[in-house]
Design a protein around this ligand. Structure first.
Ligand SMILES: *Cc1c(COP(=O)(O)O)cnc(C)c1O
Length: 404
């Protein structure tokens, strides 16, 4: 069992006030809060180890390099990658996806097809559209249903020998739906296509096993799992990372440089040009340690309780509709009040110290499907409480009274 009162003490921001009220932070799907252990690790790095890595013979540089490479091994272990060099440090999910999309420019031709899902974040749509423009490949979309689930029978029909790549998120950030990625991966492999899974929204809640999934690429951002912003990872199977050309040129990524020809460094350095976010990489490891110490089973169980409680309480409000009603979902509640713009509700909740997200959540195609401008999204983390959900429900009732 997870002790939420103790856990809350690790997060200094949770004891601040907003607009004279105790902060209720329900925007976890946009970014998670940072525990003291991670904040301390950032201070420790800059106080004791700050140096550039992989280059210096001096002690500080070697210590910083060791810490950075240890963090890579922690991430390898967490995702169960076969080799630590299959973990590439990036600035986040968006960067990771662009790295893969750019690499595939060299591998695709006219007539090839890329399949994406209707539940994608914009960062997982735009790079593929750009890739299609560059290569002449076509983009196909797995449709969704009213519950906010992908329709697998339609996916089956889209697959063919022309399919070269399939992209979907593991969990939808707008609705919380957990997608059947095991099925998606297995079916794509039957036609010889590679699969990239966007795990940005899954990794705060579950621990993916990339070997077990047999996924080709898996990406995530540190800032959604108690780590720093501007930090993320790309897992790629060795054979795929070797096939892709480098994304950016610069220091760190070369073996030998002359004006006639440059040869590239081995993995992972081939994809890590320039001085990286060293502190960010190290404390990404700290954040993963922190979450593992609590345990992903305990986190999932507790968040499911919050989800059930929140769903039930919100549905007691007349005229409130929840979007994303799959049986397989995480602790995201996307909803609207009949006849009221989500933005107005969000503003009133903010006055009450309650942070929710309003709008299209970088997933406009989903909003178009439901024919709505956006939703109010409350997303819960393991440090939230039922009392906070009560405050949200009271706030929504108040907003409804004031706005109707
Ligand atoms: C947040 C998010 C992203 C983008 O992550 P960045 O850290 O902004 O690069 C992509 N996909 C999903 C599903 C997300 O939730």
């Amino acid at each position: 069992m997870l002790n939420v009162e103790d856990i809350r003490k690790d997060f200094p921001i949770l004891s601040r006030e907003v607009n004279g009220k105790p902060l209720v932070y329900f925007d976890n799907a946009a970014t998670s809060q940072t525990p003291q252990q991670v904040i301390d690790a950032i201070v420790d790095y800059y106080s004791n180890y700050n140096a550039n890595i992989h280059r210096g013979v001096h002690t500080l540089s070697q210590e910083a390099t060791d810490l950075y490479e240890q963090a890579r091994q922690k991430i390898q272990a967490h995702f169960n990658a076969k080799h630590s060099y299959e973990i590439i440090f990036t600035s986040g999910t968006t960067h990771s996806i662009n790295l893969v999309a750019n690499g595939f420019s060299a591998l695709l031709k006219k007539g090839d097809e890329i399949i994406v899902s209707a539940l994608e974040h914009h960062s997982n749509i735009v790079p593929w559209q750009m890739l299609c423009e560059r290569t002449g490949a076509t983009l196909k979309v797995i449709p969704m249903n009213d519950d906010g689930e992908l329709v697998m029978s339609e996916y089956d029909k889209l697959l063919s020998k022309n399919t070269k790549l399939v992209f979907t998120n593991h969990i939808s950030n707008a609705l919380g739906t957990i997608n059947p990625i095991e099925y998606i991966i297995a079916k794509a492999h039957e036609v010889g296509a590679a699969v990239l899974i966007d795990g940005a929204q899954a990794c705060p809640h579950i621990k993916p096993d990339v070997q077990d999934l047999d996924v080709d690429f898996y990406v995530a951002s540190a800032h959604k799992m108690c780590g720093p912003t501007g930090m993320g990872m790309l897992y790629g199977k060795e054979e795929w990372l070797n096939k892709l050309p480098p994304y950016q040129g610069g220091g760190e990524m070369i073996a030998e440089v002359s004006f006639e020809k440059t040869t590239y460094a081995d993995l992972p350095h081939k994809f890590e040009a320039g001085t990286p976010n060293i502190a960010g990489g190290i404390v990404f490891g700290t954040a993963i340690d922190y979450m593992n110490a609590i345990g992903f089973d305990a986190i999932a169980k507790y968040e499911n309780e919050l989800l059930e409680y929140g769903t039930q309480k919100l549905l007691e409000i007349e005229g409130l509709k929840i979007y994303g009603t799959s049986q397989h979902k995480t602790s995201v509640l996307s909803f609207n009040l009949e006849g009221i713009h989500p933005y107005d509700v969000g503003s009133i909740l903010d006055k009450l110290g309650i942070a929710v997200r309003t709008g299209h959540h970088c997933a406009q195609p989903i909003m178009d499907y439901y024919k709505i401008p956006g939703t109010i999204r409350a997303s819960f983390a393991f440090y939230n409480t039922k009392a906070e959900i009560d405050a949200l429900v009271e706030g929504v009732k108040k907003a409804k009274m004031m706005l109707s």
